[in-house]
Design a protein around this ligand. Structure first.
Ligand code: COA
Length: 383
């Protein structure tokens, strides 16, 4: 039995849940998603197939898949109330992650919390891309577009963002990204979601809370800064001095390091390969080459400045490159991560509810005891 003296900052190494959804082996650099290696699943499956796998624990048959796609597509439409909230947020130039959280909270207006958890999950996963895309357009002076139920989950997101029919290459690249980051063990936002539903709260609240956890730069907020760094470096010869200067100032290099992975994050390779394919067709090849040079330089410098820390490339570095190749601006990176991860969050919520025990860890008290109470007029001024 653990005692309060076993305090582990950041709960490092503490097992706080059992899950069939994903397994991260940080020493071997392997990620299993519902039994499949991420390398197998990400580049081949559609987003709907991965979602079916997480929620139903098997690969859907073609008939099941058609029915599932239709059920999901039927849940994409935004209510006028949500569009009005997004319009207000856009008028204030609210950051997209905050607007997304506002709109998810507003799903309470649909009394979504009164539905079965599975129905809540369906609506949440289907509607998040519509919210992000609508907000992006409103923020940039365009009207929000209606979803197209004939399009796949990923294709519809691209359509709702741009108003252009998306090409097959772009859809495949986006699906590969969404599949790669769909779930990842008990990361901070997933843990948040599980803690919230463990109180028998609803999935809308769980997803709103998880969004709050995801937006922090130590979790899902890193890819924007990672890309900005590559742009700021601009050319290969500047990589070494600029990265060295950052490390000398004690700054962190975004896109590197991970609590669990002590070798290269396997998702980085999947995304690097997807980015290489995308940039080979119509991307900025120079940028791709610069990014790989920045990565190699950063890894060498991290070994020099943080010996023994085993800091490797994480998922965010190539996320940034892939999403940029798809024409996404950095402000869309974390919301797009949320569109992927909401599938994992909701699957974890359903799993938690099936075998629920409320999370209630302990804390170790470090404050004083036996303080003497005095009425306000008898308190002395503190120096
Ligand atoms: N750049 C430079 N130094 C880094 C670093 C990075 N990206 N990541 C960790 N370190 C250093 C820390 O400064 C610390 O050094 P010290 O012991 O000399 O003080 C050491 O490595 C251990 O860091 P710690 O914060 O204990 O690791 P963690 O497991 O708590 O943190 C991250 C994991 C992901 C939060 C961390 O690596 C990080 O901040 N990375 C950059 C942000 C990022 O890419 N996030 C996306 C994650 S998918």
């Amino acid at each position: 039995m653990m005692t309060t003296t076993d305090y582990r900052p950041g709960l490092e190494g503490v097992v706080a849940a059992e899950t069939r959804l994903s397994h991260v082996d940080g020493q071997a650099g392997q990620l299993l998603i519902a039994g499949f290696a991420v390398e197998t699943l990400a580049a081949q499956a559609t987003t709907e197939e991965v979602l079916g796998l997480l929620w139903h624990d098997h690969l859907c048959t073609p008939a099941e898949l058609t029915a599932f796609q239709a059920r999901l597509a039927a849940q994409r439409t935004l209510t006028p109330e949500i569009v009005a909230i997004l319009r207000m947020a856009a008028a204030r130039q609210c950051p997209p992650m905050d607007a997304l959280q506002l709109a998810v909270g507003a799903l309470h207006l649909e009394e979504l919390h009164a539905l079965e958890p599975y129905a809540q999950a369906l609506r949440l996963v289907a509607v998040l891309p519509s919210i992000v895309a609508a907000y992006w357009r409103l923020q940039h002076g365009h009207e929000a577009l209606a979803p197209d139920p004939q399009l796949s989950h990923a294709a519809n997101y691209l359509w709702m963002l741009t108003g252009q029919p998306p090409g097959a290459e772009a859809v495949r690249a986006l699906e590969t990204y969404l599949n790669t980051v769909v779930d990842h063990g008990l990361n901070a936002s997933t843990f948040t979601a599980r803690v919230i539903v463990s109180t028998q709260s609803d999935l809308v609240s769980a997803v709103a809370g998880a969004l709050g956890a995801l937006k922090g730069p130590l979790h899902g907020g890193a890819p924007g800064p990672a890309l900005e760094l590559v742009f700021a470096i601009g050319e290969p010869s500047r990589a070494e001095p600029m990265l060295r200067a950052k490390l000398e100032r004690g700054e962190r290099l975004m896109g590197f390091g991970h609590r669990i992975y002590k070798v290269r994050d396997p998702r980085a390779l999947v995304l690097q390969q997807a980015a290489a394919r995308l940039y080979a067709t119509d991307g900025d090849r120079q940028l791709y080459d610069l990014a790989t040079h920045v990565e190699q330089t950063a890894l060498a410098l991290l070994t020099e400045y943080k010996p023994g820390r085993q800091l490797q490339t994480n998922v965010e570095f190539y996320t940034a490159l892939l999403l940029h190749g798809l024409g996404f601006e950095p402000a869309l990176f974390t919301p797009t991560f949320a569109i992927a991860r909401v599938a994992g969050w909701t699957a974890h919520c359903l799993e938690q509810l099936a075998h629920n025990r409320i999370f209630r860890p302990q804390s170790r008290y470090t404050g004083p005891g036996g303080r003497e109470w005095r009425p306000a007029e008898r308190r002395e001024a503190r120096v």
